[in-house]
Write a protein that binds this ligand. Structure first.
Ligand SMILES: Nc1ncnc2c1ncn2[C@@H]1O[C@H](COP(=O)(O)OP(=O)(O)OP(=O)(O)O)[C@@H](O)[C@H]1O
Length: 904
């Protein structure tokens, strides 16, 4: 069919469908795939090309206007005027290096988030070669005929050709109320966005089902024309980043205060103004933690990337840290705890019960299976679609009918159907009308009350009396208690006009044909994941549309909670205060037959109690609860596009176990941020104390460290080990701790105590010991002048001492609680590499003559090196003992932290 195609702008979507098809050279059966492929090369992929705004120059420039950079610039200028041009140049180098470092890290973080889009490709159901297939939305072309159903994101501008849908147009016009769109065979004038017969790319379908022919794709769609929408949104800093920014400021203020305070002290100690100014500046530059923020952003981005690989795509960097403090997970049952692979195992009709495998010989059970299979819209593989498509419950019914020898072919079923009353999650039933027959299937409590007749033991129609109802109810409960999902199937024979007249009129006076019960086994990784969540102090509630006893049994099989079941009706009657009390008990609850509104209500109640809530959902109506939860979790496979858009995290494997893995990753990232903050903070004490000694001795002790040596440590030797700490693996016991309280700061008193008091003071003592050792060997007397190589060797020893101590600090920082042995001394290869770099850098500074000249260093001899050798071990050892004592204290029962939110 090689022919010319209209340019996109020439397609008039308002003309009647027959003309539109002619213009688009298509048919209601869609395009052939060869033709679609040809059009794809002509029109290009159906995606919004980002306007290529060059952002990087602005981003790079922004690095230099950061307040901390400005502070450093002031320092550089002061150094210049203070006759210390070398220091001035060094500070400029620091500014440049920092800006480059931050810029690269920010770009990497941005890319990590952008790359996630590839994990969540949008797809569309489109007719190709007359068959309905699922294709990537980017492959849609004008002329394609697509099917649109509840929960779909509409991926191209299209004109409806049959059916009707409710559409949420808020992305185009800001209106949040859905509007109804339906096919219209006429030419309809009026404003484009208000046209009743058109649907637009970027909007979503909230109800109904329809077919439509694509008129515009990619940048030719309405949304493509709205240029602003194709630009990237502004990313908010995460709470962790905000906290760290605040802490950075506090530390910068302390550094400046210390620097300024040093000035008069230095002068009084006989340093002279120029040297004192140089020193103040050095102190400030060294202690302003410039690289902290970008490093944290990068750690979060690394977490995002790793989570995506594990099957959890998060859309915001901040979600990673929120995940780590999750206290409650509210999960669906079907597909999340279970495999969503249903198989009918038991059947009941006319007082007879059979295993599905043995039911083939029973006429009534075969008729029951055929009726249930007729009341479906799913497709088995090879029957109109290449793979199974549709609701797993319906696929199970289609398979059952085929096994019992009464297969229902999709083409016959759809051809005979005159009306479809789609599955309504509120009433929990669906019906189809074929001529004079109505077939209904759904939750037994929904279907049986509409029945007034049933098949009696002899297979004749009889009134559905009280005892017969009681018998059916008893069977339902008995099946449900073993974890089976039970559906009731009913029919009605009446005049087609009555059955097609509307749902309420049609679904009454039904005849109960029987019950089918299906297994949906729990996913095998779930019990272990639930146990892990419990050890981590996380409560798991199940919120499901399924029947109470079924849900309670599945919950019990995977290890969730007591057997407290609250039905949707009970929840509706419950006051807010009662709900708070119920949730406050800490008991795990199964909310059965619940509605999307109850999800929202439970979420609100938990959040108001201070919980951090992760909530799963897959339907259109779940979107508000997903938005409201701290972490809205949508299903990548079975969920609707609408739920995926509302969620913060999308599970590409729909598996509960992945949520728990994501919580663990969140905790680990947060822990690692603390690790490198600890490491970076610890050096402050051994750098500052020597100056205090110099100042307090009134200059009797020479200044133990030069400014450039400080800069070499903070901006040279330490950088790689700090980054490597951000990549530490999870510490043992990470998931045995209770969740971090919502308000806990990343930099707390314990961290500061460990950094400054424990690691810092130990290092300072060792460093000074090294310094005095060199002085003593040189026969120095207090108050005596030290010059030349002797002084250079002494300061070099301080420099090398700090480097050696920081190696010990790096190993100590690797764990928060656990012993180093439990994680393996050599398990962080990056850190080993970082330390090797640190040693090589330090050695170059100490032994290479050109660098000696710049940094005022001198070669150290064997005795000095021998003295330095135990420093790392001593620093690490002190911290190891501290952690061991803490572990012992935590293990004492009366002081052990509670591992369960319930009992805390
Ligand atoms: N395709 C269907 N046709 C008729 N009834 C159905 C269909 N699917 C589900 N039901 C009935 O509606 C009930 C609720 O289904 P719904 O899809 O809301 O929740 P669910 O899949 O059981 O569980 P979850 O909320 O955990 O995903 C089911 O228990 C079943 O009785």
């Amino acid at each position: 069919m090689a022919q010319t195609i209209l340019a996109p702008a020439e397609v008039d979507e308002r003309q009647p469908p027959t003309e539109l098809f002619r213009h688009l050279r298509s048919t209601p059966g869609g395009l052939r795939s060869r033709e679609a492929a040809r059009r794809l090369t002509v029109y290009g992929p159906n995606e919004l090309s980002r306007r290529h705004v060059r952002r990087w120059p602005r981003q790079l420039l922004a690095q230099f206007t950061q307040p901390l950079a400005v502070l450093l610039m002031v320092a550089a200028v002061l150094a210049w005027f203070g006759h210390a041009p070398a220091l001035g140049l060094a500070v400029v180098a620091v500014i440049l290096l920092n800006a480059a470092f931050a810029f690269v890290q920010e770009r990497q973080a941005e890319r990590a988030v952008e790359a996630l889009a590839a994990f969540l490709p949008l797809s569309a159901r489109v007719y190709r070669d007359g068959v309905l297939v699922e294709a990537p939305a980017r492959d849609l072309v004008p002329g394609d005929v697509v099917e649109i159903a509840e929960g779909d994101r509409i991926s191209a501008d299209a004109r409806m050709i049959d059916g009707s849908v409710a559409v949420d147009l808020s992305t185009l016009n800001g209106e949040s109320l859905p509007v109804v769109r339906a096919a219209d065979p006429e030419h309809v004038p009026g404003p484009l966005l208000e046209a009743r017969e058109l649907v637009f790319s970027g909007t979503s379908c909230t109800a109904g089902q329809a077919r439509a022919v694509v008129t515009h794709t990619g940048m030719h769609t309405e949304i493509g024309r709205i240029a602003a929408l194709s630009q990237r949104g502004h990313t908010e800093p995460s709470p962790l980043e905000r906290q760290v920014r605040k802490a950075t400021w506090i530390i910068a203020a302390v550094a400046v205060a210390a620097g300024v305070a040093f000035l008069p002290i230095g002068v009084l100690a006989g340093l002279g103004w120029a040297a004192a100014i140089t020193f103040s500046i050095g102190l400030i530059v060294a202690n302003v933690p410039e690289g902290l923020l970008p490093t944290i952003t990068l750690a979060l981005a690394a977490g995002v990337r790793e989570l995506a690989r594990a099957g959890a795509v998060v859309k915001r960097l901040s979600a990673v840290e929120t995940l780590g403090s999750t206290t409650v997970i509210c999960t669906d049952k079907t597909g999340t705890l279970t495999e969503n692979r249903m198989r009918v195992t038991r059947m009941w009709a006319a007082g007879r019960e059979r295993d599905a495998a043995d039911a083939g010989g029973d006429r009534l059970l075969r008729e029951l299976a055929a009726a249930a299979a007729t009341c479906t819209t799913a497709h088995l593989a090879g029957d109109g679609t290449p793979a199974d498509s549709g609701d797993p419950t319906e696929l199970a019914l289609l398979r059952l009918a085929a096994t019992l020898g009464v297969p229902v072919r999709a083409a016959d079923r759809d051809g005979a159907r005159t009306t479809l009353y789609a599955f309504d999650p509120r009433t929990r039933r669906m019906s189809t009308v074929c001529g004079g027959h109505l077939y209904v299937k759904g939750a037994p409590e929904s279907v049986i009350p509409l029945c007034d007749r049933h098949l009696d033991v002899a297979g004749r129609f009889a009134a559905l009396t009280g005892p017969a109802r009681a018998e059916a109810a008893e069977v339902v409960d008995r099946y449900a208690r073993t974890g089976l999902r039970v559906l009731a199937v009913a029919q009605r024979v009446a005049a087609p006009a009555v059955l097609n007249a509307g749902r309420d009129a049609a679904e009454s006076g039904l005849t109960l044909l029987g019950l089918v019960a299906m297994v949906d086994p729990p996913r095998h990784a779930v019990p272990e994941a639930v146990a892990a969540a419990h050890r981590a102090g996380i409560t798991v509630h199940v919120i499901t549309g399924d029947y109470g006893p079924t849900a309670a049994e599945i919950a019990a099989e995977v290890g969730i909670g007591g057997r407290r079941v609250v039905t949707g009706a009970e929840l509706e009657r419950m006051s807010d205060a009662d709900l708070d009390r119920l949730l406050g008990d800490g008991e795990e609850i199964v909310f059965a037959r619940s509605s999307p509104e109850s999800k929202l209500r439970i979420c609100e109640a938990l959040r108001s109690e201070g919980h951090i809530v992760a909530m799963t959902g897959d339907g259109v109506n779940d979107a508000p609860a997903l938005r409201r939860a701290d972490i809205g979790v949508a299903m990548g496979r079975s969920g609707t596009d609408v739920a995926r858009e509302a969620a913060t995290m999308v599970l590409t494997d729909d598996n509960f176990a992945t949520i728990v893995r994501a919580v663990e990753a969140g905790r680990r990232v947060y822990d690692n941020v603390r690790k490198f903050v600890l490491y970076i903070f610890a050096h402050a004490v051994p750098e500052v104390v020597p100056f205090l000694i110099f100042a307090l001795s009134g200059g009797a002790v020479p200044l133990p460290l030069t400014v450039l040596q400080i800069l070499a440590i903070d901006l040279g030797t330490e950088t790689l080990p700090a980054l490597a700490l951000g990549r530490e693996r999870a510490e043992p016991g990470l998931m045995d701790r209770p969740p971090r309280p919502r308000r806990a700061g990343v930099i707390d008193a314990r961290l500061l105590w460990r950094a400054w008091a424990l690691l810092g003071i130990t290092s300072a003592v060792l460093v000074l010991a090294g310094f005095f050792f060199v002085l003593w060997r040189d026969g120095w007397q207090p108050g005596a002048e030290l010059t030349g190589t002797a002084y250079a060797r002494a300061t070099t020893m301080t420099f090398a001492g700090i480097v050696a101590c920081q190696i010990g600090t790096a190993f100590a920082s690797r764990t928060d609680h656990a012993s180093l042995r439990s994680i393996g001394v050599f398990s962080n290869r990056l850190l080993l590499g970082g330390i090797a770099f640190e040693l090589a850098f330090a050695a170059a500074l100490i032994y290479l003559p050109p660098l000696q000249a710049v940094f005022g260093t001198a070669a150290l001899g064997a005795a000095e090196l021998a003295l330095l050798l135990p420093f790392p071990l001593l620093v690490w050892g002190v911290d190891e003992i501290h952690r061991a004592r803490r572990r012992r204290r935590d293990a004492r029962p009366e002081e052990a932290p509670s591992c369960s939110f319930a009992t805390s």
